[in-house]
Design a protein around this ligand. Structure first.
Ligand code: E4P
Length: 217
C-alpha cells in the first residue's frame, strides 16, 4: 500500500518523506486555505520534496475552465496529479486531461457508481471519502470494498485512493480490502506507530536496565 500525505504543510511532508513514508501528497482547497500560502508556490515546494504524485485541485465547476486550470496546475511539475470533483463536468475534464497524458485524481467519490464512471473517464486515481461517509452513519470501508470488487471484475487500472481517513483503523482496514493508496493526515500516519503495550514494555525494559547499572555508550 502506498501512503500519500493529506496536507499542504511542507514541514510535515518533509519529515515523512525523509522516513520513506510519503509516496505522494494530496491537497485540496481547504488544505491550501489552512496552509495560508499561495497554491502555486506551496504546490511547487511540495513537488520538490516528494517524487510521487502530488494532487492539486481545480476550483472551476465547468469542464472547459477545469481543463484550463488543470493544465496550469500541471505546469508546476511533472508529478502533478490534477484533482477534479466527481461531477459530470469533472468527468469531462478527467477524460480530456487524461487523454493528454496527465495524471487525474477524481475526488469527492461517495458511491461505487461514481467510481465506475471515474475509471471509464481515464482517472489515474479515484478518491472515495471514508470519513465523510462514516460521519453520516454510512459505511466508508464497504464503499472501498465495493469499488475494489468492481475494478477487479473488469480489470480497471484506476488506483483506489482511500481518502478522508480519520483513524489508524481506517488505514489498516483499507489495506486489508486492497485499497492501492491511503492518503492520511500526518497525525494519523504517526499514530500508526503507537501501541500501549509498546509503551508499557519499554517502561519495564528501561526500569530493569536502570537496575543493572550498565551503560551501552
Ligand atoms: C484527499 O484527497 C481529501 O481531500 C481529504 O482526504 C479529505 O479529508 P477530510 O474529509 O478529512 O476533509
Amino acid at each position: 500500500m502506498k501512503f500519500f500525505v493529506d496536507t499542504a504543510d511542507v514541514d510535515a511532508i518533509r519529515e515523512l518523506a525523509d522516513l520513506g513514508m510519503a509516496d505522494g501528497v494530496t491537497t485540496n482547497p481547504s488544505l491550501i486555505m489552512k496552509s495560508g500560502r499561495d497554491i502555486l508556490e506551496v504546490t511547487r515546494e511540495i513537488c520538490g520534496i516528494v517524487d510521487g504524485p502530488v494532487s492539486a485541485e481545480v476550483v472551476a465547476t465547468e469542464a472547459p475552465a477545469m481543463i484550463e486550470e488543470g493544465k496550469k496546475l500541471a505546469k508546476i511539475a511533472p508529478n502533478i496529479a490534477i484533482k477534479v470533483p466527481l461531477t459530470w463536468d469533472g468527468l469531462k475534464a478527467c477524460k480530456a486531461l487524461s487523454g493528454e497524458g496527465h495524471m487525474v485524481n477524481v475526488t469527492l467519490c461517495f458511491s461505487a457508481a461514481q467510481a465506475i464512471l471515474a475509471a471509464k473517464a481515464g482517472a489515474s486515481f479515484v478518491s472515495p471519502f471514508l470519513g465523510r461517509l462514516d460521519d453520516i452513519n454510512l459505511d466508508g470501508l464497504q464503499l472501498i470494498a465495493d469499488i475494489r470488487a468492481i475494478y477487479d471484475n473488469y480489470g480497471f487500472k484506476t488506483e483506489i485512493l482511500a481518502a478522508s481517513i480519520r483513524s489508524v483503523n481506517h488505514v489498516t482496514e483499507a489495506a486489508k480490502i486492497g485499497a492501492d493508496v491511503a492518503t492520511c493526515p500526518p497525525q494519523v500516519l504517526k499514530a500508526m506507530a503507537a501501541h500501549p503495550l509498546t509503551d508499557k514494555g519499554l517502561a519495564t525494559f528501561m526500569a530493569d536496565w536502570e537496575k543493572t547499572g550498565q551503560k551501552i555508550l
